[in-house]
Design a protein around this ligand. Structure first.
Ligand code: AMP
Length: 459
């Protein structure tokens, strides 16, 4: 069962069609030909531009063919997380369609209706009962395994920003492996995961040297700083002389000259004509397969929270929140998703984290203990680096705040970005938000706010 979506294209003034990469692929003849052999979603449901109708019909056809499903896929983990949430909101209706053999009236897309009818051929009360029993369970732990008992693995990118979904997908998957298959972008495919069963936190991608010409710009862990002055538009003063050219600029190196343990920003020259294009991702070299370098994805170069002298990288933020998550999980909470922004309208500014939380048992009302939430705020702060803690101590950064938002707020954020042109398939929940409008969307769902009570960090 693959959950894929397309997005309407637009036209340039000269009449060229512009589309996201994944939409181009799903609309291509080769995908249309292969789709019936590789996924349970009829092609018409994938091509339906109304994402709600598309998702409903893809889940319905996936449930109807549950005995044939051997893996559950989406391009990014965030889409899978959203689809399971959608299932939580719609399983009653899906079961009723299966029970009666009739598709809901609000599915008006003719393609979807035509494509679903040969699969939803008759009333099937036995299947509806089974699904109802599984979904009606108090806890949704292992729901994927229960609904699709032959599924061997979950296939979705869960590295980088998507690592925030690992524990959630683990929870829903009930122990089936999470496989992060590949690393790529609209510009080029970069690498594949040759060790699919590796721990999701240790995934390394083996670069495919025939996909594009790859170069690697040495950067420090926090990417942006060192790369800024290189001659691809910047370099750092701290690089060893062998990495610098005669003008003192750091030079990118090719695949044959990368060094183990070093951080790089990937630079591509593509067959389509991009020359030394900086994709914006920071990677760490962790090994080789034959002579091909293997990289772990570290972070997006620009997703950095910053107040005063502090710069908190995406990787550090993910780790800090991961520590707080470990505090919450034994208490029965799941952190569904998060984002952050630097609130600088008051002085001193503070980092604000938006968290969508839920209980593992579905029907339990979300009641938060202020003390525990404040401890979480402190854990995040304690996990941040020395600069952050010094600035907090000097009161140049105010207490970190966690705003807990209601169920569905991050769906609204995704809808907001989709309305601005993002594609659902290629959507990455931003770990740090700069747009005021997007912050407004999250603020409109805030249930409660908590602040770190901690005042001294260095003593
Ligand atoms: P797009 O800009 O939509 O083409 O998405 C490409 C970007 O998605 C990459 O530059 C990465 O930042 C991110 N991405 C793609 N694959 C992975 C992966 N396997 N792990 C982490 N991030 C990824």
């Amino acid at each position: 069962m693959s959950l894929f979506f397309v997005k309407k294209g637009s036209e340039t003034p000269s009449g060229l069609t512009v589309r996201t990469l994944t939409s181009c692929y799903f609309m291509s003849d080769s995908f249309k030909k292969s789709a019936p052999k590789i996924c349970t979603s009829p092609i018409e449901t994938i091509l339906c531009l109304d994402h709600k109708q598309s998702m409903y019909c893809q889940l319905l056809t996936g449930l109807l063919q549950r005995d044939h499903v051997v893996s559950i896929s989406s391009i990014f983990g965030s889409v899978l997380a959203r689809s399971i949430k959608f299932l939580e909101d719609h399983w009653n209706e899906l079961c009723s369609n299966i029970r009666t053999g009739c598709l809901s009236d609000w599915i008006t897309d003719p393609g979807c209706r035509n494509a679903v009818s040969p699969i939803l051929t008759r009333p099937n009360p036995e299947l509806a009962d089974t699904i109802e029993q599984i979904c009606g369970n108090e806890s949704w732990e292992g729901i994927i395994k229960k609904l699709w008992p032959k599924a061997k693995y979950i296939n979705s990118v869960i590295t980088g920003t998507m690592s925030q979904y690992i524990s959630l997908l683990d929870f829903y998957g009930g122990g089936i492996p999470l496989v992060s298959p590949s690393y790529g972008s609209s510009e080029s495919t970069f690498g594949i995961n040759l060790n699919p069963l590796s721990n999701p936190y240790d995934v390394a991608y083996t670069f495919l040297p025939n996909m594009a010409y790859f170069e690697f710009l040495p950067v420090d862990k926090d990417g942006e700083e060192k790369a800024r002055e290189s001659n691809l538009d910047g370099v750092s003063s701290q690089w060893s002389s062998e990495m610098k050219n005669a003008n003192g600029n750091v030079e990118p190196v090719d695949s044959a000259n990368v060094k183990l343990g070093q951080y790089y920003e990937v630079v591509v020259t593509t067959f389509a004509g991009l020359y030394r294009y900086r994709v914006g991702d920071v990677l760490k070299l962790t090994g080789f397969h034959n002579n091909s370098p293997q990289f772990q994805f570290v972070e997006r170069r620009n997703t950095i929270l910053s107040i005063d002298m502090d710069k908190t990288s995406e990787e550090d933020l993910l780790k800090a929140i991961g520590n707080a998550k470990r505090h919450l999980e034994p208490l029965g909470f799941v952190l569904m998703t998060f984002s952050s922004y630097a609130e600088t309208s008051s002085i001193p500014g503070r980092y604000v984290l938006f968290w969508e939380l839920k209980f593992k048992e579905r029907n339990r009302c979300l009641k938060l203990d202020a003390k525990i939430m404040e401890q979480c705020c402190s854990i995040v702060e304690e996990s941040l680096d020395f600069t952050y803690k010094s600035l907090r101590e000097a009161n140049k950064i105010a207490a970190l705040e966690v705003r807990v938002v209601k169920h569905g707020t991050f769906d609204a954020l995704m809808d907001f970005y989709v309305s601005k042109g993002a594609s659902i398939n290629q959507y990455k929940t931003p770990s740090c938000i700069k747009s005021e409008e997007a912050v407004k969307v999250l603020n409109s769902g805030v249930l409660e706010k908590f602040f770190s009570p901690k005042t001294f960090f260095l003593s």
